[in-house]
Design a protein around this ligand. Structure first.
Ligand code: 8YV
Length: 325
């Protein structure tokens, strides 16, 4: 009998077929509280989990006593309680490599869109406001050769630094838990403390995971240290920035603009004041959302689960210390 697996996000047909070749799969639409009750018997038998979104914590694990591995179709794993998984010996697999370049493209798109007011002016053209040559009220600000500040120098930060350095001639400052020699050698990135990053960046690009340490790392005090002309870009996790403080900073001109892919609450409620601000470009968590990359992520996640449940994990494991047990 193949191991039982719960698939809680739909994946392309060929990948589903591959999954079916290895496991007995039950597909459900999300790890919602309703589904946890409705499929309680299925969770009780499940040895593997595959999907993204939804909370996997101690309470969930108590409902899935046979679970051996969870494979998320994402690089971020803030919805998983890794300590609880470690205690139960459940492997957590993720997709850290396949989305790097695409998310870096999204960051650069937000930099350009917010600096050059792409969304705002395109809407004005559609509204019939383009009647003569454009004057200063249509102008944006330059991107090239401005100071790029990167908060979080992981794979995505590095790919952003590459774009900014070679494509836009931008000097790069960064802050991260540790120095990144490759970023320094290849893109002349300069390491600095957070205060310096805030004070000197023309664009502050945040690409941090959400942890206890990064929650609301950027709040009122930090925003106040930024240049009035600076633009904040967030494509990591919404709650790294205190959204209420950001709204105030954008309303009162503490900073110039923001380009946001992630929010404290997703989907972003239509009532959010962010959506009333002309100096905000808000997109719906599309960091990795291209056909090619989402396929690649789902494929990696399937391969990860097969490896994890057959004892052949070589990469993409968040808690590899469990493999030595
Ligand atoms: C995911 C992301 O696509 O990978 C991540 O951590 O934030 C996105 O790339 C999103 O979580 C939905 O799967």
């Amino acid at each position: 009998m193949n191991p039982a697996v719960v698939l809680y996000k739909s994946i392309p047909d060929d990948l589903r077929q591959r999954l079916d070749e290895h496991f007995t799969v039950t597909e459900i639409n999300g790890l919602t509280p309703e589904n946890l009750t409705r499929y309680a018997d299925v969770f009780r038998q499940a040895e593997g989990l595959l999907g993204s979104g939804g909370k996997v914590d101690a309470e969930f694990l108590a409902q899935a006593p046979k679970l051996r591995a969870a494979s998320t179709i994402s690089v971020g794993y803030d919805t998983f309680d890794v300590d609880a998984m470690n205690q139960r010996g459940v492997l957590l697999m993720h997709t850290p490599t396949v989305l790097t370049e695409t998310v870096a493209d999204t960051l650069m798109a937000l930099v350009l869109a917010s600096a050059r007011r792409v969304v705002e002016v395109a809407e004005r053209v559609k509204a019939g406001e383009w009647k003569s040559g454009v004057g200063p009220d249509w102008f944006g600000i330059d991107v090239h050769h401005k100071k790029m500040g990167i908060l979080g120098m992981g794979r995505i930060g590095l790919a952003l630094a590459q774009r900014a350095h070679f494509g836009f001639g931008m000097p790069i400052l960064y802050n991260a838990r540790k120095h990144h020699p490759q970023a320094e050698e290849r893109f002349n990135a300069q390491y600095c403390d957070l205060d310096t990053l805030l004070k000197e960046s023309d664009f502050l690009c945040i690409i941090l995971p959400l942890t206890e340490q990064t929650h609301h790392l950027i709040g009122r005090e930090q925003l106040a240290k930024m240049k009035q002309s600076a633009i904040l870009i967030n494509a990591g996790r919404g709650a790294v920035v205190d959204e209420q403080a950001l709204i105030r900073a954008l309303q009162d001109g503490t900073i110039h603009a923001a380009g946001l892919d992630v929010f404290e609450q997703e989907p972003l409620p239509v009532s959010s004041p962010l959506l009333k601000l002309p100096n905000v470009v808000a997109v719906p968590h599309i960091g990795s959302a291209t056909h090619e990359t989402r396929y690649g992520m789902a494929k990696d996640a399937v391969d990860n689960l097969i490896a994890a449940l057959s004892g052949k994990v070589e990469k993409n494991c968040v808690n590899p210390q469990l493999l030595d047990r």
